[in-house]
Write a protein that binds this ligand. Structure first.
Ligand SMILES: N[C@H](CCC[C@H](N)C(=O)O)C(=O)O
Length: 282
């Protein structure tokens, strides 16, 4: 069953550092979007325009308060969205769906824990990063710290990990001249990533500061990527270039990522903004 033609849906336009979202309350209205309807909503000329669509639903888990579904602009449903998680808790709190400031949210990948802070920012326990190739998924003979990836005539040395969604992280010397528009889509659709991948380009400034650009799976380059920031910080810490906490400077603004290593969770802190409320007829 999908949302029938002619149905009007209420939505809220939000963003986390310019990574923007159309958020639907799927508890007080019936929202069942087809990939084509997602593409239409996300279209910046024929729809509302966004990088991802976020759907708030009731959960059946007794260890979570809500269910959180994420759809990329290309219509594909995915496992995780970090900037969206910060907007999620702001949305459910501001729309009276909870009076809690710290909630547990079921996603396709895990249960994450966003918390509204007194200073207006949001801190999220994004869970434990995964490195086994089969858990990414990524085609590799064995798990190593980095992997050579042949892209055209280049052989790139990438880190590969999952924050619930797949990430490839490449260190570059100068982010402004990095060929993100060429290497981004080539990595995103590389055959060794059977479910495609988010491609992060990281410039290390100091052990506690990086600049980051992410060519996102199913959305293209965004102004910020929360799970991408987590993945880049984890990759840099593992390779000895970085130390927690790491300030991640994206084009849309800054996130702070904390990770104590090994099988510890990654914490992400940053803003979540509401832009406007609206209605759309599908
Ligand atoms: N493009 C991602 C989903 C959105 C992630 C990003 N917007 C974030 O803030 O983590 C994927 O296909 O896995």
């Amino acid at each position: 069953m999908n949302t029938q033609q002619g149905t009007r849906l209420r939505f809220t336009k939000m963003h986390g550092l310019g990574n923007d979202f159309v958020v639907f309350d799927g508890i007080n209205q019936t929202v069942a979007l087809t990939p084509e309807q997602c593409r239409r909503i996300a279209d910046r000329h024929f729809g509302v325009g966004c990088d991802q669509i976020l759907l708030v639903e009731a959960t059946t888990r007794d260890d979570a308060d809500f269910r959180y579904r994420i759809f990329n602009a290309d219509g594909g449903e995915v496992e995780q969205c970090g900037n969206g998680a910060r907007c999620f808790v702001r949305f459910v709190h501001d729309h009276g769906l909870t009076d809690k400031t710290a909630i547990r949210v079921e996603t396709a990948a895990s249960v994450i824990e966003p918390r509204l802070l007194d200073n207006g920012l949001v801190r999220v326990n994004m869970g434990v990063p995964r490195f086994a190739p089969a858990e990414i998924p990524f085609a590799a003979e064995a798990e190593t710290l980095t992997y050579p990836l042949k892209v055209g005539q280049h052989v790139l040395e990438i880190a590969v990990l999952s924050m619930g969604n797949p990430h490839a992280v490449l260190r570059v010397n100068d982010l402004d001249s990095a060929p993100v528009d060429i290497l981004g889509p080539a990595i995103e659709s590389h055959s060794r990533f059977p479910q495609r991948v988010n491609a992060g380009f990281m410039q290390v400034l100091t052990p506690h500061d990086i600049r980051l650009r992410v060519y996102e799976r199913g959305a293209g380059e965004t102004l910020a990527c929360g799970t991408g920031a987590c993945a880049a910080a984890v990759a840099g810490i593992r390779q000895g270039w970085l130390a927690s906490p790491v300030s991640v400077h994206a084009r849309g603004g800054n996130l702070v990522i904390e990770w104590a290593g090994k099988d510890q969770p990654v914490y992400m802190t940053g803003p979540a903004e509401t832009v406007f409320e609206g209605e759309i007829e599908l």
